[in-house]
Write a protein of this length. Structure first.
Length: 212
């Protein structure tokens, strides 16, 4: 994906520039995908119309192309129910006795500090390994890179370089590694997280913290 495209989207995501409409639907996956893409286009067009006249937003023409639609659905959307912003991932949908078996097995095998230098999915030698069986029914059979550091399991969903997002399992409410632009709890000790290249930060909230 073009760096500028990803940069613009994540800046908007972290700053809450774009208004969300996350109404649930029981439509088929294909229809949900199309609805999500059309929502994105609508919001991008609104953002473009509100841009200052001295700002070149011609790059947004790319959003209306077939190539971008394929990239959007294949590389930026984990599942339509997860939205496309880093903080739209829902709480785990599997809560039964065996829901966390894959996570517990991964940690038992690899420990809680695989990436000792704290460079999570970064440029130093990446210690991540694949994990399958996360406690979301829609992605339970899919595989994602995962790594642990200082008692936290980080799972990578999508992105490039330092513009990326995913979920993290933090059962002891340990401190997140440096470099995370935003993170917040979504239930059952799971968090959503995001990083950006530009150093901007968003909400950084720990489970159980009192909201201001």
């Amino acid at each position: 994906m073009k760096p500028l495209v990803t940069f613009v989207m994540l800046v908007c995501v972290l700053n809450g520039v774009l208004a969300a409409d996350t109404t649930a639907t029981n439509d088929t996956n294909a229809i949900q995908q199309e609805q999500l893409f059309q929502r994105f286009l609508k919001e991008m067009r609104k953002l473009r119309s509100e841009a200052p006249t001295n700002v070149d937003v011609s790059y947004m023409d790319y959003f209306d192309t077939t190539n971008f639609r394929e990239m959007f659905l294949n590389q930026m959307v984990v599942d339509p129910s997860f939205g496309y912003r880093w903080d739209e991932v829902p709480a785990p949908t599997m809560t039964g006795t065996n829901a966390m078996d894959a996570v517990h097995s991964f940690i038992a095998t690899n420990g809680w500090d695989m990436q000792k230098d704290g460079d999570i999915f970064g440029i130093t030698p990446d210690k991540s390994k694949p994990i399958r069986g996360l406690p979301w029914a829609v992605i339970q059979n899919r595989e994602f890179p995962a790594v642990t550091h200082n008692g936290i399991l980080y799972v990578f969903f999508n992105g490039w370089h330092w513009n990326s997002s995913g979920v993290a399992y933090n059962p002891c409410t340990n401190t997140f590694a440096l470099g995370f632009a935003g993170f917040k709890p979504i239930g059952q000790h799971w968090y959503v997280w995001a990083t950006t290249d530009d150093g901007q930060t968003g909400v950084q909230e720990y489970e159980g913290a009192k909201k201001k």
